[in-house]
Ligand binder design. Sequence first.
Ligand SMILES: Cc1cc2nc3c(=O)[nH]c(=O)nc-3n(C[C@H](O)[C@H](O)[C@H](O)COP(=O)(O)OP(=O)(O)OC[C@H]3O[C@@H](n4cnc5c(N)ncnc54)[C@H](O)[C@@H]3O)c2cc1C
Length: 396
Amino acid sequence: VTGATLAQDQAKVMRNISQLFGDRDPSAERVQDILERQFDLGLAWVHFPIGQGGLGVSPSLQSTVDEIVKSHGIPATAEVNPIGYGMAAPTLLRHGRPEQVRDFLRPLFSCAHIWCQLFSEPGAGSDLASLATKAEWVGEHWKINGQKVWTTRAHVARYGLLLARTAPEQPKRRGITCFILDMHAPGVEVRPLRQMTGDAEFNEVSLTDVTVPDTHRLGELNEGWRVANTTLMNERVAIGGSTPPRGSGSIGLLLRVWREASSTNPTQRPVVARLWVEAESLRLMNLRSSQLRDAGVPGPSGSIGKLVTAELSQAIYSVAGTLLGPDAILLPEGYEDKSRGCTEHSVQWWVLRARANSIAGGTTEIMRNIIAERILGLPRSQHDSPLVPWRDLPKS
Ligand SMILES: Cc1cc2nc3c(=O)[nH]c(=O)nc-3n(C[C@H](O)[C@H](O)[C@H](O)COP(=O)(O)OP(=O)(O)OC[C@H]3O[C@@H](n4cnc5c(N)ncnc54)[C@H](O)[C@@H]3O)c2cc1C
């Protein structure tokens, strides 16, 4: 994008932002109505095509929109519906039929429909392609049976991106299909899993004879691995690709704790300074990546941001815990489940929650494998033979 084009695009975005609010008082309107208008003005994902929530401009312009919308007191869809916004939407855009894009994107953005991601299973996490949930064509529709786990927000979700095995006689990556699952359909049972924060943000989901129409198949039959890769690459960017204002987010929280505790713990000063520099380097790297990215698949480089974000957040909250001293071990907000509301969390909560960051969205070890094999071009690790049918592979 040349400087002149970027300036023109920026002007277009600013014009549409003024239309979004005009003389209206946002506190007198329903949030859903404002978000629907934001979608219609192409300010939902500015890099998406016109008519589909975007303006076809550089994704680097999204952060301006987000900051202005936030300053009007509107909760960000990326926070209320993170899986919908960051993962399901780009997957729908890339692999959905026109009617799926038309029917699902707008209510996803307005948060009328919260989305979840039904990928991981008890026997398939890092090795996702070995998943065993079965989808059978029974004449007029698909019948789904299986078990999913770690399904974030399944308890509030209306739809989920579901991976299921449709051809067990094929090698594991070739016999998977992706579906849009109605979480209210008979046979979908959601059971919450409590974490050490006290929250139950994720769940196990059992699927017993669940009916799914073929109109809810996302992508081609047995091409679900390609669809899943779009979701996973976008997931890494959603987790590790953000470009918040300088010094905000986790590093901002650490600085706040540091200012309150610096007189009692001055030795941590160089540690805090080093983490600030690392946070700023990550922010600048993500800013550059977002300028290079188009709508759709971000590519394997999203794994770098995901890896660094996970390690950096854990280092930041570990230092915050040290600075808090004995205060770090009790949650001021208590241990009841807060996952249904959108609560502001304490530093103590983040100290505990950050432990999950090197697992969720693909583990740190898997990110290193992707960077080694797909970015640095190192020899691939020994996977099981790509030609063995899934049904003949040993199961865990
Ligand atoms: C907070 C949170 C939210 C989540 N939300 C969702 C969700 O909404 N939807 C969903 O589908 N899933 C979700 N997950 C699941 C997550 O994607 C998996 O936990 C993750 O992929 C790891 O899988 P696993 O837990 O089965 O561990 P395993 O795959 O069993 O891994 C165990 C250990 O072995 C290591 N390992 C495995 N294979 C390799 C390898 N090839 N090379 C090197 N090391 C390896 C791993 O790094 C890890 O340390 C969530 C997880 C968390 C923690």
